[in-house]
Design a protein around this ligand. Sequence first.
Ligand SMILES: *Cc1c(COP(=O)(O)O)cnc(C)c1O
Length: 467
Amino acid sequence: MRYISTRGQAPARDFAGVLLAGLAEDGGLFMPETWPTLSHADLRALRGLPYPELAARVMQPFIGDAVPFAKLQTICRDAYANFAHPAVVPLVQLDTTLWSMELFHGPTLAFKDMAMQVLGRLFDHVLTARNERVTIVGATSGDTGSAAIEACRDRSRVDIAILHPAGRTSEVQRRQMTTVNAANVANIAVDGTFDDCQDLVKAMFADTAFRTDMHLSAVNSINWARIAAQIPYYIHAALALGAPEREVAFSVPTGNFGNVLAAWAARRMGLPVARLVVASNRNDILSRFLAGNDMSMAPVEPSLSPSMDIQVSSNFERLLFELLDRDPAATAAAMTGFRSTGRMEVPHTAWQRATTLMHGFRLDDEGTLAEIRRLDRECGYLADPHSAIGIAAARALPCTHHTPTIAAATAHPAKFPDAMEQATGRRPPLPKHLADLYERPEHFTTAPNDLDAIEAQVRAFAYRNAA
Ligand SMILES: *Cc1c(COP(=O)(O)O)cnc(C)c1O
């Protein structure tokens, strides 16, 4: 399988190249040159397989020769072995035609684990084959950092340094990062905001000498391998509810559009998906786009679902590329225009094409709390704020004639105890494997908001591990 850039000015790469590079050199995102397809017979053959086996089979065409299939099977088995539920991704029925697809049983209690646990192992395999090491750097305000750390701890070819704004992350989220005690993990608490942390990471990548010396790499949500690892659960859930003989609908709470894009890809590969609901909180650029072709940036406003507090959904570029019939010049022009004017001009036909499949939905904090309360009272179900938005969006879907609707539940309620208490009066307990999180010792260093100071720390850390 070869990958091309959505902006058409970067050389094509194979899977290993795409995994390590993340972003294409022309600023575009990598897309498979052709989509692998699954016939109804292929889909039926996947029905009933254990999740790790299904995941390996669905990902195989995207990975090609980069990883032998037997190795990929082992990677998937190991990646999901430490999930807290034997089904890995259980479906919980909430109503006659509504299911919650629980993606949060991984080590850090958010759906990022679904892809990250595979990604860390893919990095190790590809880097061992090349006899290379990388230093992954990232900034986090929430779920990504802890998922990346959990995925990279104890990997032999990867060092990971994650910056977080000192005193500005929730205690659960900070502790999930800082209580990992592994030689190849560095947590740096920066005296600054999340934006400062992101700017420092960008500056490290822009420092060519440092970037080359450290073999810098990233695992952010534009990495194609993350999308590839998120496609299998849509297929798994749909098969459990009657696909391919019966169509299903999905509702996905959205930030960077990665998880929705994976659902779109499953459909593109042949899964019969009738509807796709794109659910947002008050940061509703995507639902405004779907409602009236209004793709205009607004300031990011904090909400009870912080992992969706995003105005520029980076993976949207991949959908746009497809809506524009894979025209890289038109995609590049639309994206450049968006960056400079804050508004994107999407041709009417492309917008119409999006809206025949996708519905937008928006829920503010008050509505989110009301939905959490309703689910608790009426269904005896605890949904975190992100998941509650997805479920509310599924319920708001216009009549779909008994089509099973599957809402992606993206975080464990215990990850957001304050919001849960506000809605239900109770703080959900942490699951067993994290029950002593508040007693575990924390490991982190502190640094001023200063590039030289941060680079010095990362360099010392990486040199020590390479020695
Ligand atoms: C990251 C995240 C999202 C948003 O996912 P995208 O793929 O960025 O759209 C939603 N919910 C939770 C809990 C997350 O951590």
